[in-house]
Design a protein around this ligand. Structure first.
Ligand SMILES: Nc1ncnc2c1ncn2[C@@H]1O[C@H](COP(=O)(O)OP(=O)(O)OP(=O)(O)O)[C@@H](O)[C@H]1O
Length: 291
């Protein structure tokens, strides 16, 4: 459903005019329903890859290559066609859910406004559907949450609201950029599980950006290991874990942080051994306990 071919991103320093190549000709493909993890250390170009797909690269940057989404080449598409493809088929879930939500509107309004047919639905039906979306992401206390302003909810709860908003538009491809990094470890595992469930239930493809190899391995069908703007290797989590082809992937495996305390590893992963364990997770936010 997505082919990225020879993607090159060059940014220009507005003061000096100096050009820097950030992505160096990367190629990868994504099948319908597949989850691909982009993993690598900070600055390796993961977020920029997503930005190129979304068309939100820095001002003045030049994007070359091909990005084909369901037959539409995004880099040469223009105007209405491009706007429609991006609005209808792509949804971004970013690290900080506050960025996606309007701080002066209750989250119910955010969900209703995101519905493409909100106007024809009528208020009662739109609100009923917003509540149903929240139930799908594991929120039971829907009335209170719909009436709450973003600052009244925890990060984990807000990220669930953002996921609910993302799926309401029935996109084909989810772009998740470190969606759990800002959350405490307990909530991270819950949000990852919800994202995974939503993706499978709705048959969505996903690109999951993270520096956390274990998390990517738990969530994704294949992983692309990035370093310094280049994809070094692509393989299943097992291939990358057991038979890394590059020294860098081997080193990344060896250095990976063990983030999950006992009982909180994402599905399919063992808990971290005692020696590598982080401190005990922060106490749950009361809303998380309710949901
Ligand atoms: N607005 C910008 N203008 C110019 N260069 C940028 C800009 N934003 C990021 N870069 C550079 O692009 C490179 C890739 O950054 P990117 O944000 O894609 O990395 P990343 O792998 O997502 O890292 P992180 O995990 O820290 O977000 C880095 O060298 C970074 O300094």
């Amino acid at each position: 459903m997505l082919q990225v071919e020879n993607l090159v991103l060059t940014v220009v320093d507005p003061d000096t005019g100096a050009r820097t190549e950030i992505l160096h000709g990367n190629s990868f493909a994504l099948a319908q329903g597949e989850a691909l993890g982009l993993v690598g250390e900070s600055g390796s170009g993961k977020s920029m890859t997503l930005k190129c797909i979304l068309g939100i690269e820095p001002a003045g940057a030049k994007v070359e290559g091909r990005i084909v989404l369901d037959g539409t080449e995004l880099l040469s598409a223009r105007g209405e066609q491009l706007r429609r493809v991006r609005a209808e088929q792509l949804a971004l879930i970013a690290q900080n859910p506050h960025g996606a939500l309007n701080p002066v509107l209750p989250v119910g309004r955010f969900l209703v406004e995101g519905m493409s047919d909100a106007r024809s639905l009528g208020r009662a039906e739109a609100e009923r559907r917003a509540a149903e979306l929240l139930r799908q992401v594991g929120i039971t206390d829907t009335e209170r949450v719909l009436a709450s302003y973003p600052h009244q909810l925890s990060g984990g709860m807000l990220q669930r609201v953002v996921i609910a908003g993302a799926i309401s538009g029935e996109p084909r491809l989810l772009l998740a950029d470190e969606p759990t990094t800002a959350l405490d470890v307990t909530t991270q595992a819950e949000v990852v599980a919800i994202l995974d469930e939503m993706r499978r239930e709705h048959g969505l493809s996903m690109i999951f950006v993270t520096h956390d190899l274990d998390l990517a391995a738990a969530v994704c069908d294949r992983l692309a290991v990035m370093k310094d703007g280049e994809i070094l290797e692509v393989g299943t989590p097992e291939e990358i874990r057991d038979r890394p082809r590059t020294e860098y992937a081997r080193a990344l495996m060896a250095a990976r942080p063990l983030l999950y305390p006992a009982g909180h590893a994402p599905a399919g992963l063992p808990d971290a051994p005692e020696s590598g364990r982080d401190a005990a997770p922060r106490p749950q936010h009361p809303e998380e306990a309710e949901a």
